[in-house]
Design a protein around this ligand. Structure first.
Ligand SMILES: Cc1ncc(COP(=O)(O)O)c(C=O)c1O
Length: 452
């Protein structure tokens, strides 16, 4: 047996050299992830972040166009949200013995902005946890078991959420998953109607725009037709707004683009303002009461950290800022500028297949070149992201279910000048390095010069 590790104080941890903290991560956390990030040049030590900007330990500044996969709609460390958490620092943060005084107010704020008649919320700490609760509520409220989900979807990696996440890579190693889950193609209303026809499904869960699937916008009218199909068959409609919510797509919630009134909505990511982990599933009073109404059923679903005072304070301040600063309109306007610039670049580049998205949720899909097909599918977008980071100080990433797509999801406070910087950088990367092999070689060259 090797010698037991010694505990490390926070002060010691903050003072560690980068190589030492990476070595500890490799030994005690996830060595494979460390290697993967190293290959694409993302193994840096970022030490400070404000708004759109992140700084590394060499003092270099980067613009964050990844935005925490949609968790940073307000930017890094928004001062008002940080201050909101400070304001409650002497309150009991976790005290199950009574009802936290900020939980009801955040429930009310969410009810004020959520689509349709969704009024009651359960608070938790992550997206997957919000989806778990939504699925359980659908089963108990309908007395049915089956669940329908879309191909390419991403709803999280806990068992229930994974069971409705449409990517074999994540599902297969953990089978058998939750039984009774059926996959339909995204955007195909006939397939959905056929799946629901037997009136045996508890719920259909859908992202109004697929995030990890590669930023996929469904055909016009699909969401409202899906809502009608659910209503006609007694199936509950769960809309997963975890990535699309809180202004990201140019509306407060993406369901609004088609005036859809869901039965259950899942939120997370930016609900905690990028400062605290927070998630929620919210339902109409009718659905909620069927599921968890009355003293017998009110504790069927619980969470130790759900409703903690600091997360609630962050949530309240985030919603206040979202509405006060009209960040959804900002997302719409900035998104148009970004989209127009990317389309212009795409039209002159043989590498880019499509630019798509809505508001500030934009994906750029690359062609799969014939050479090195397997490799390119996994690494072309990652290599472009690597070059954007190393040569231009811009943080981006590929989408989990479709690694051939680069996602652009900057904080909604991004400025026109920052968008223009990204466009300039993007144009240089895709025009300077010709073809897939050119991009890979370009990344290789900058990696080597960085290590020297
Ligand atoms: C649409 C959607 N649902 C659920 C999740 C899972 O959220 P979390 O990673 O907080 O569990 C994600 C995460 O990317 C997501 O994009």
């Amino acid at each position: 047996m090797g010698a037991k590790e010694e505990i490390i104080t926070l002060e010691q941890a903050l003072d560690l050299e980068r190589d030492d903290s990476v070595a500890l991560y490799k030994r005690h956390v996830n060595p494979g992830l460390c290697t993967l990030l190293g290959i694409i040049g993302f193994d840096r030590r970022f030490v400070e972040a404000h708004g759109m900007t992140v700084r590394d330990d060499h003092g270099r500044e980067y613009l964050d166009f990844l935005g925490g996969y949609g968790a940073l709609n307000f930017g890094h460390n928004h001062p008002e949200i940080v201050e909101a958490v400070r304001r409650v620092e002497s309150m009991p943060n976790i005290l199950q013995a009574s009802i936290g005084c900020l939980v009801g107010p955040l429930g009310a704020s969410l009810a004020a902005i959520l689509p349709g008649e969704v009024r009651r919320s359960f608070f938790c700490s992550s997206g997957a946890e919000a989806v778990e609760g939504a699925l359980k509520l659908a089963r108990i409220a309908t007395g049915r078991t089956d669940l329908v989900y879309a191909e390419g979807s991403f709803h999280g990696k806990s068992f229930g959420a994974l069971s409705v996440t449409g990517r074999a890579k994540y599902q297969t190693p953990f089978e058998p998953l939750v039984p009774g889950c059926h996959m339909v193609p995204y955007g195909d209303i006939e397939a959905l109607e056929a799946a629901l026809a037997a009136r045996e499904c508890a719920a259909f869960i859908i992202e109004p725009i697929q995030g990890e699937g590669g930023i996929v916008v469904p055909p016009d009218g699909y969401l409202s037709a899906a809502a009608a199909a659910c209503r006609a068959t007694g199936t509950l409609l769960i809309v997963d707004e975890i990535q699309t919510g809180l202004g990201r797509t140019g509306a407060v919630f993406a369901s609004e683009h088609e005036d859809v009134a869901p039965d259950i909505v899942a939120t997370a990511k930016s609900l905690g303002g990028g400062v605290m982990p927070a998630g929620a599933f919210s339902a109409t009073a009718e659905v909620w009461d069927k599921g968890f109404g009355g003293t017998e059923k009110c504790t069927l679903h619980t969470s130790t950290f759900g409703g903690n005072a600091r997360a609630m304070a962050a949530g309240l301040k985030s919603i206040e800022i979202l509405m006060r600063d009209d960040l959804s309109s900002a997302a719409r306007e900035k998104g148009e500028r970004l989209m127009a610039g990317l389309e212009r670049i795409a039209s002159g580049s043989g590498l880019i297949k499509e630019v798509r998205g809505r508001g500030l949720m934009i994906g750029v899909e690359f062609y799969e070149p014939r050479v090195a097909k397997k490799l390119s599918a996994e690494y072309l977008a990652a290599s472009v992201a690597g070059l954007l980071l190393q040569d231009h100080g811009v943080i981006t990433a590929y989408t989990l279910n479709n690694p051939n797509v680069i996602r652009l999801e900057p904080p909604l406070i991004v400025t026109d000048a920052q968008i223009d910087h990204l466009l300039d950088a993007f144009e240089q990367v895709v025009s300077k390095h010709h073809g897939f092999l050119g991009v890979m070689a370009g990344l290789g060259r900058t990696m080597v010069s960085r290590r020297r």
